[in-house]
Write a protein that binds this ligand. Sequence first.
Ligand SMILES: [Zn+2]
Length: 58
Amino acid sequence: MKCSFCGKEIPLGTGKIFVFKTGRKLTFCSSKCERNMLKLKRKPAKQKWVTKEKKATR
Ligand SMILES: [Zn+2]
């Protein structure tokens, strides 16, 4: 299963599945991806923060 937003592989048992009333399903690896997709309606293809944020350690 892959994240509908960032395209990362989601290990079984983790992540979230969002099901629309229409039956369409979206899978998310994290709530961040969920928020970006559902609330901010960003286009997944243009997002680079996924890998960027991983490298940046605070
Ligand atoms: Zn994701």
